[in-house]
Write a protein that binds this ligand. Structure first.
Ligand code: PEP
Ligand code: CO
Length: 446
């Protein structure tokens, strides 16, 4: 890759970076990270790329989901397990309804750095640096918490390793086994009106499984374990650079802090540092495509990030908003089609539908989220291409951050369990309901 090395982004303009008060302390941390073991392997990264290539052709479906911003305090067994349960419930519904294998990518084990619209926040006449995610600074509105601390990068690495360890153990060790679906029940989600729909799917699947195992006299293979891949926004580039390693068995350099890094809307510029960094790594990468990205720039980025047209390399995660998608998605699809590249199209119906209530809560409406998704399915189908995945911000907890859904969360409920540190997430019930609605939409279209 001409002129590229893990630090070549340093010659470009890098937006959303951090000024540390003590650059020598930052350098010491980066040196420490450079010799710490990788969190994922190049082999896994390659497997994911192959699976995403299949999703791009409509032979698999991508489910990407998790926190907007992970917090160190959520590195806890219950939080990790509950989020995994929701993703497992959703994926089983999707597998059954879409009749396709599902690729599960968690927004976890590294989603600790956040881009912000404003570098500083002002409250009651006091101005402090904005919160930029737990890997950078603290959320409390004090000068001490908001001062970037490089040791947080090490904590982010450690929490990622701990989370990944439990996720891998749960994925392998019986918890994710389709025979044990009852392990995935969430105490608080059983009352929702659509829960019966989920139970009916589980019962049908169990019956089919029992039948197959009775007839063949042996267990159906491949159901005992599931793969979870990880993703995060590759935002703070010195961290990503420190985690970029050569592979012993493959050619090229891999970001081994995560399987799937993505470039966020705010740092996606053709001439920018983030595109430069991503251009040289072998991971499959995502790009968040927002309303402000011109089709011409998108075309340039597609060539820039995937000059060899490697299958599975590029996922375009569109986040246009329910009011923009009909107008904006067709020219985007046309522009990419004109490049001759096959990309995986994924819909993020969260980030274009954020609003603020009169009480100041950032929220999203279930109906707008579902509305954008349904339109994405229709528009892609009418243009003869596959919508191969969905991207959600969700929690395994009974939070009240998004409005609507069968449980009827309204504006007044937001103050009850609003825990996110950045964007509002679907709670466990809303997430499962969303998976069921995706399946209904998909079936309607067949
Ligand atoms: C995010 O995914 O949390 C995010 C900031 O998204 P976007 O870059 O699409 O705004
Ligand atoms: Co977000």
């Amino acid at each position: 890759m001409a002129g590229w090395h893990p630090g070549s982004w340093r010659s470009k303009t890098a937006l959303q970076q951090v000024e540390y008060p003590d650059p020598a302390a930052l350098q010491a941390v980066l040196n420490e990270l450079t010799v710490l073991p990788p969190l994922v392997t190049a082999l896994e990264v390659d497997t994911l790329r192959e699976q995403l290539a299949e999703a791009a052709c409509g032979r698999r479906f991508l489910l990407q989901g998790g926190d907007c911003a992970e917090r160190f305090e959520d590195c806890r067994e219950d939080v990790i397990k509950n989020r995994l349960k929701v993703l497992l419930q959703m994926s089983v519904v999707l597998v059954y309804g879409l009749q396709m294998p599902v690729v599960r990518i968690g927004r976890f084990a590294g989603q600790y750095a956040k881009p912000r619209s404003r570098p500083a926040e002002c409250r009651g006449g006091v101005t402090l640096p904005s919160y930029r995610g737990d890997s950078i600074n603290g959320q409390a509105f004090t000068a001490e918490a908001r001062t970037p601390d490089p040791r947080r990068l090490i904590t982010a690495y450690r929490c990622s390793a701990i989370i990944l360890n439990l996720v891998r153990a749960l994925g392998e060790g019986g918890f994710a086994d389709l025979h044990n679906v009852d392990y995935w029940n969430l105490d608080f989600a059983g009352h929702s009106s659509f829960y019966g729909e989920y139970r009916a799917i589980i019962t049908r699947m169990r019956d089919a499984l029992r039948f197959a195992e009775t007839v063949s006299g042996q267990p159906v293979g491949g159901l005992r374990r599931v793969d979870f891949f990880t993703c995060h926004e590759a935002l703070y580039l010195p961290y990503e650079e420190a985690m970029t390693r050569p592979s012993k068995y493959r050619e090229g350099m891999y970001n081994l802090s995560t399987h799937f890094p993505w470039i966020g809307r705010r740092t996606l510029q053709l001439e920018g540092a983030h595109a430069e960094y991503m251009r040289g790594i072998c991971n499959p990468v995502g790009m968040k495509v927002g309303p402000d990205l011109s089709p011409a720039e998108l075309r340039g980025l597609v060539h820039h990030l995937n000059p060899n047209k490697t299958p599975g390399r590029l996922t375009l995660i569109t986040r246009l908003g329910v009011n923009n998608i009909e107008r904006m998605l067709p020219p985007i699809v046309d522009a990419v089609r004109a490049t001759g590249h096959q990309v995986l199209w994924c819909c993020d119906p969260m980030h274009g539908n954020t609003e603020r209530t009169k009480d100041g809560y950032k929220t999203r409406r279930f109906d707008n989220i579902l509305g954008e998704l349904a339109l994405a399915f229709d528009i892609h189908a009418s243009m003869g291409i596959t919508l191969g995945g969905v991207h959600f911000e969700l929690a395994g907890e009974d939070v009240t951050e998004c409005i609507g859904g069968a449980s009827g969360i309204n504006e007044a409920d937001l103050r009850r369990a609003y825990h996110t540190s950045v964007d509002p997430r679907l709670n466990a019930s809303q997430s499962l309901e969303m998976a069921l609605r995706i399946v209904s939409k998909y079936k309607q279209m067949q």
